[in-house]
Design a protein around this ligand. Structure first.
Ligand code: ZN
Length: 170
């Protein structure tokens, strides 16, 4: 009798454990879809001036059906490599990395950020902007933009960022 009781008890525990396991699995399998990143600025192939006090202007939309977590931007010199997937790069040239938490739990987020000022003496050439975004389930998406850093723009025009992004002479 004792053996049967123990067996039943074990079976019950096992079932409960299995139920929990299955439920937990279903929970995890709800969303395996990566966030969608749509980059507006910079456009692919854009030209950016070294010495820009407002830094690199970045605008993009993030979307995820189950909610976004953090997202990160990674700007770095790209004249020496290309990307098929995200690899953190350190090397020559100007770089800027920052992680943002202002989209946590949101399904849609319009991100508008500026990097730190671009040094006037930054190495010129091809740069990459990588944008990485994760959702609440840990799915990660990344996109890349390539832009070219050119010599400082010495035209004496007024950069009033809040009013207008367009420059008359471009
Ligand atoms: Zn790169």
């Amino acid at each position: 009798m004792k053996a049967i009781k123990t067996f039943c008890y074990s079976a019950a525990l096992l079932s409960a454990g299995l139920l929990f396991f299955v439920t937990a699995c279903n929970e995890n399998e709800k969303d395996v879809t990566k966030p969608v990143i749509t980059v507006e600025e910079p456009a692919e192939g854009d030209t950016v001036h070294a010495g820009e006090a407002h830094g690199l202007h970045m605008e993009f939309d993030l979307e995820d059906e189950s909610g976004l977590n953090e997202y990160k931007v990674d700007v770095h010199y790209g004249g020496d490599h290309s990307h098929s997937s995200y690899v953190k790069t350190t090397g020559t040239g100007w770089s800027f990395q920052k992680t943002y938490g202002d989209a946590k739990g949101l399904r849609n987020h319009h991100a508008h950020h500026h990097s730190d000022s671009i040094p006037a003496d930054a190495a010129l050439g091809e740069y990459h902007l990588g944008i990485l975004a994760t959702d609440v389930h840990g799915n990660e998406a990344s996109v890349y933009r390539t832009f070219t850093l050119v010599a400082p723009d010495n035209h004496d025009h007024d950069h009033d960022h809040e009013d207008d992004h367009e420059h008359e002479d471009e």
